[in-house]
Design a protein around this ligand. Structure first.
Ligand SMILES: Nc1ncnc2c1ncn2[C@@H]1O[C@H](COP(=O)(O)OP(=O)(O)OP(=O)(O)O)[C@@H](O)[C@H]1O
Ligand SMILES: [Mg+2]
Length: 239
């Protein structure tokens, strides 16, 4: 359950809580994929960290919400609230270039959460904005049990046939050539460094947060390197 917060900068933010059932890793995925999107000129609301104080939880009347807030004291993810936006329904379609860029990003980061039943796209001021990247980068959920295995993630194919923008795709190979060239090691490191240290959970094989950061860098670079193994080939524009 995300919440709507007014922060002390007077901005309104959709807040994804550190204490929610999905855990901290979904917040990490939101930052990594959202900031990657931004650098590829894909529209994504501004992301911030929201410090939830104990007092906010104490005065919350709803018991369930109070429990969530109490479990979330500390840094949480804030997504700039887009007032007047509405969920993508095709009435203001993405352009072919936007569709290809979003599909490419989702394929690269293994984000299966952008279908017609859950588009995770908003329309705001006549443009399509991407939100909700918490389901991407599934590999980190395996770290506690199976450890880091970048090679497994690197080759995993991506099925884009149910992607909400699949029908608009025009040139995925060309988009791949353009976007993959923009992702350098220094860009990946810059994005991974944006993740707050307290969201980087320990796992077997990691000595500390720096090791966790390094594992994200390795996974993202290796997947890029293994393209086109994961590039969808079942779209109109990809044939
Ligand atoms: N930045 C935003 N501005 C305006 N509305 C937003 C924003 N972010 C999210 N919303 C609204 O809140 C809904 C849920 O957001 P989001 O998909 O990010 O959360 P979620 O917890 O992953 O939800 P779900 O499991 O339903 O996908 C969105 O469908 C949208 O209606
Ligand atoms: Mg969603």
């Amino acid at each position: 359950m995300p919440g709507l917060f007014e922060a002390d900068d007077l901005g309104m933010y959709v807040v994804k809580f550190r204490g929610a059932g999905q855990g901290l890793k979904v917040l990490v995925a939101e930052v990594l994929v959202g900031e990657l999107a931004r650098r590829l000129d894909i529209r994504v609301p501004r992301l911030v960290t929201i410090d939830v104080r104990r007092e906010i939880a104490r005065y919350e009347a709803d018991e369930e919400v109070q429990d969530l807030l109490t479990a979330s004291i500390g840094s949480n993810l804030g997504v700039d609230f887009l007032p007047g936006s509405f969920g993508y329904d095709g009435s203001t379609p993405a352009t072919a270039a936007e569709a290809d860029a979003v599909i490419w990003l989702d394929a690269y980061t293994a984000n299966v959460d952008r279908t017609w039943s859950n588009p995770n796209l908003l329309v705001w001021h006549g443009h399509v904005w991407t939100i909700d990247h918490g389901a991407a980068l599934w590999f980190h959920h395996m770290w506690p049990t199976r450890g880091a295995d970048a090679a497994r993630f690197a080759d995993q194919p991506f099925d884009a046939s149910k992607h909400v923008l699949a029908d608009l795709s025009a040139d995925l190979p060309g988009t791949h050539a353009r976007l993959s060239g923009q992702i350098t090691e220094s860009l990946v490191r810059e994005i991974v460094d944006l993740v707050p240290e307290e969201w980087l959970e320990p796992a077997p094989g990691f000595e500390g947060p720096d090791d966790v950061r390094e594992a994200y860098v390795t996974h993202l670079l290796m997947r890029l390197d293994h393209a086109p193994a994961w590039l969808p080939t079942n779209l109109g524009g990809a044939r």
